[in-house]
Structures are given as structure tokens and as C-alpha cells.
Design a protein around this ligand. Structure first.
Ligand code: DGL
Length: 264
């Protein structure tokens, strides 16, 4: 699994719940270069390909792009280059939203790069061509989630400022199109009101990854630690902050964690 930093741990958690315990997850967080959501497409694609090459050298069988920005901008390049199955979070999230919407009116929130790419709107249109999609970038949710400010006045005021007007757009479904946003689920839900169903791309992606592994006969059966004795986390910056903030995301300690040079 590859994310720009810490946020992909929401996808890690969903995958851990969806996959057998014997399946080993290898997580790369490019913490030295995060955030990706404010960077140009060219830069995100270059970083994505470097991370994918690093993970391939670790002997992975499937690559999960656990970052909405990277999935929105770099998925075609990764699928061309990786020579193994690559699953992003946008397709599964869009499909899940199309399943739950009642009036075909879907909101999408994400980083500036994800929203600018239009990737969610395109993916939604492949399932529901006549759906109305309303998109909003919500960049400040990322630092709020990392600070642990997910349920206080600042988080509430930010959510209202970004999303208050969505109440008048008539949406019935809202896609949390950024790895960090599930942590702010409560305040986001309050800001858009009770009639709007929130869709978490992380959970939708975990289901798709499991199904793809099963289809290809790649799913490891049984309980117990994976072949390599458990999950492994790699980061490109000092591991201290990842350990501290990451354990908040996961609700538990992070075990095997190593700082690496992505190009090395
Ligand atoms: N992981 C990113 C995403 O889901 C958020 C953090 C970043 O901007 O790199 O879009």
C-alpha cells in the first residue's frame, strides 16, 4: 500500500479488517514529501512511480494506492508501469456512492488536486451518467486530522465554512474523497445534515481489493501472522511523528516501522 504519508492508515485499517490475518500488508508513507494534494500532476506522478518501484522491490503481489490524490492523478501511469494489479481508492468510492444515492445527487470532497482532476465525477459518470456531482476542496481537514482536532470547535467551524452551503445543493450522498476525512466523519456529518449518507472510500476499496485477490487466486487463506511475520511500515522521513500520529489513526501502536530512502 502506498500513501503520501499518514492518512493511508485509514485504508490500512479497512484492509486489515477485510483481509485474512495471514495476509501481509506492506505500507509506504512518503512522509518526507507529503502533502501531495497541493502539488502539480507531474510531481505527483513522479513520486507515485518512485514509490511503486520501491514497493515492487519488496516483492508485493498487488499495489493499493491508498491516497485519493495519487489515485486521481497517477493511476493510469501506475497501471502502465507497475506490471501487477493496481487498485486505487477513487473507483471503489465512486461505485459505492452510486449504489447508495437515492436522487443521483452526489457531493465529493477531497484535496485541491483530487477535486481539480475531476476523477470522482468521471468515475461516477461511468455508473450513473445522469448523476449531478457537486465537488468541494477541503484542504484544512488534513492538518486538523493529523493534529487530532477532529471533534472540537475549530473542526466544527471549518466543516461549516466548507460544507454549510452543500445543504442547499440537494445532495443525498457525500464521498469522503481524502484519506484523512473519515476521522472527521462526525463534524462533516453535522455540517451537511442527517439526510446525507457519507461514503468512506477506504472501506469500499478494501472490499474491492479482497474481491480482486480472490478472483485471481491470490488471497492467502487462514489465520496467523503473514509469511514475513506481520505487517511492515516504511516512511521516508523520521519515524517519530508517524508513530505518534499514526497510532491515533489506528487506535493502537505501530509495530515494524522503518525509515527508508525511496530511491535507494
Ligand atoms: N493522502 C492524501 C489524499 O488522500 C491527503 C494528504 C496529501 O495531500 O498528501 O488525497
Amino acid at each position: 500500500m502506498f500513501d503520501s504519508g499518514i492518512g493511508g492508515l485509514t485504508v490500512f485499517q479497512a484492509l486489515r479488517e477485510a483481509l485474512p490475518a495471514a495476509e501481509t500488508l506492506v505500507y509506504l508513507g512518503d512522509t518526507a514529501r507529503v502533502p501531495y494534494g497541493t502539488k502539480s500532476d507531474e510531481t505527483v506522478i513522479r513520486y507515485a512511480l518512485e514509490g511503486a518501484r520501491f514497493l515492487k522491490r519488496r516483492g508485493i503481489k498487488t499495489l493499493v494506492i491508498a491516497c485519493n490524490t495519487m489515485s486521481a492523478v497517477a493511476l493510469p501511469a501506475l497501471q502502465r508501469e507497475a506490471a501487477l494489479p493496481v487498485v486505487g481508492v477513487i473507483g471503489p468510492g465512486a461505485e459505492a456512492a452510486c449504489r447508495v444515492t437515492r436522487r443521483k445527487a452526489i457531493g465529493v470532497i477531497g484535496t485541491a488536486a483530487t477535486i481539480k482532476s475531476g476523477a470522482y465525477a468521471r468515475a461516477i459518470a461511468t455508473h450513473l451518467p445522469d448523476a449531478r456531482v457537486v465537488s468541494r476542496p477541503c484542504p484544512l481537514f488534513v492538518p486538523l486530522a493529523e493534529e487530532g482536532w477532529v471533534d472540537n470547535d475549530v473542526a466544527r467551524a471549518t466543516a461549516t465554512a466548507y460544507l454549510g452551503d452543500l445543504k442547499h445543493e440537494g445532495i443525498d450522498t457525500l464521498v469522503l474523497g481524502c484519506t484523512h476525512y473519515p476521522l472527521l466523519e462526525r463534524v462533516i456529518g453535522e455540517a451537511v445534515g442527517p439526510g446525507v449518507t457519507l461514503v468512506d472510500s477506504a472501506r469500499a476499496t478494501a472490499k474491492v481489493v479482497r474481491a480482486r485477490l480472490e478472483e485471481r487466486g491470490l488471497l492467502v487463506a487462514g489465520a496467523g501472522p503473514g509469511a514475513e511475520g506481520g505487517d511492515h511500515f516504511y516512511v521516508t522521513d523520521s519515524s517519530e511523528r508517524f508513530r505518534e500520529v499514526g497510532s491515533r489513526f489506528l487506535g493502537g501502536p505501530i509495530a515494524r516501522l522503518e525509515q527508508i530512502d525511496i530511491q535507494g
